[in-house]
Write a protein that binds this ligand. Structure first.
Ligand SMILES: Nc1ncnc2c1ncn2[C@@H]1O[C@H](COP(=O)(O)OP(=O)(O)OP(=O)(O)O)[C@@H](O)[C@H]1O
Length: 316
């Protein structure tokens, strides 16, 4: 993926009185440049309305940039959209590309025909997806009867049956339970390791980024605000994770060097600690001094990290 000074400006008409409408422009993407080398998995994050979906639509060729130069697998997406379609896969978490009333396997047959995938390759890819995404019992079920997590796994398989070398994932874990999320992440890691698929991932779940991407790009108001390791983002934003601890009984707030107790509710306490630090020494110190029954770690959400990032570096 190569983007140089990419812009997308929408002309919109806004109501300006009872009958009058004013023309005005929205700069959804405002001069973005980056490169994603083959085989890299990159997070593409930002608040609502930042310009993520618009970027992905330009990368697929659905939208044409207003300015700048764009190449995906050496192809100009808006000029050769059909040729590019053979090389990319797209999953939109909020919408399905599967046929609602058809059993899952019929949707796959249609993909087989539409992309003219050679029979042997189609069968191999389908077998692999069915096995790794646990789809065997779902192939005869109409898509409308699938749960969200099952549907998402079905959608990911559909995006991969033609062996794309680039995959765009727009919120692939949204609304999924912990087990489904883990399955999807594990599958994506395998895919990237085995096939070297390049992945651009949009998500509001920082754990997705943490587990899948070494690199993360933050976009806001159509501009690239950060491009680097997730740890660096945490440092800039000084974001915190939270350890939620259930003690044997109600106790005064826990006192530990490496964390601050931010909330106490009966035997449950919330301890904040820097997101860039490992939770392991904290858990060990806690278990050493206090009667711990259960605990879990909560990740900061992306909006909170970004909000802190701006607060720390207002010049960004
Ligand atoms: N077709 C369109 N016409 C006019 N404005 C648009 C159009 N598509 C997007 N926009 C505007 O462009 C900006 C960026 O939108 P975009 O959908 O790319 O954001 P996003 O980062 O994907 O947000 P979200 O996380 O909510 O999906 C928003 O202000 C949006 O209202």
């Amino acid at each position: 993926m190569e983007l140089d000074g990419i812009e997308k400006v929408f002309d919109v008409r806004r109501k300006a009185g009872r009958l009058r409408r004013e023309k005005h422009q929205v700069r959804a993407v405002d001069g973005i440049s980056f490169r994603v080398p083959r085989g890299e998995m990159v997070g593409y994050i930002g608040p609502n309305g930042a310009g993520k979906s618009t970027t992905i639509k330009m990368l697929t060729g659905i939208l044409t940039p207003s300015a700048g130069r764009l190449r995906v697998a050496g192809i100009d997406p808006s000029r050769e959209r059909t040729r590019l379609a053979q090389r990319i896969g797209v999953v939109f978490g909020q919408r399905t590309t599967l046929w609602w009333d058809l059993p899952l396997k019929d949707s796959y047959r249609l993909v087989h025909r539409m992309y003219r995938v050679p029979d042997r390759r189609f069968r191999d890819n389908l077998d692999r997806c069915v096995e790794l995404l646990d789809l065997a019992d779902l192939l005869d079920v109409p898509v409308r009867q699938l749960s969200l997590g099952q549907r998402m796994r079905g959608d990911i398989a559909a995006a991969l049956l033609h062996d794309p070398e680039v995959l765009y994932l727009d919120e692939p874990t949204i609304g999924l339970d912990v087990i489904s999320k883990a399955k999807v992440r594990e599958f994506l890691l395998d895919l990237n390791a085995e096939r070297g698929t390049t992945v651009l991932l949009t998500t509001h779940d920082l754990t997705d980024i943490e587990q899948l991407c070494k690199r993360v790009m933050v976009i806001d108001h159509g501009r690239l605000m950060y491009d680097g390791a997730l740890a660096g983002l945490h440092e800039i934003g000084e974001s915190e994770r939270t350890l939620v601890v259930d003690l044997e009984r109600e106790l005064p707030p826990v006192v530990l060097d490496s964390a601050r107790t931010v909330k106490v509710e009966g035997p449950r306490q919330w301890l904040a600690f820097p997101a860039s630090q490992s939770a392991a020494p904290l858990v060990a110190a806690l278990a050493d001094k206090y009667p711990v029954v259960d605990l879990s770690v909560r990740e900061p959400d992306i909006e909170a990290v970004i909000a802190k990032m701006y607060a720390e570096r207002p010049g960004l």
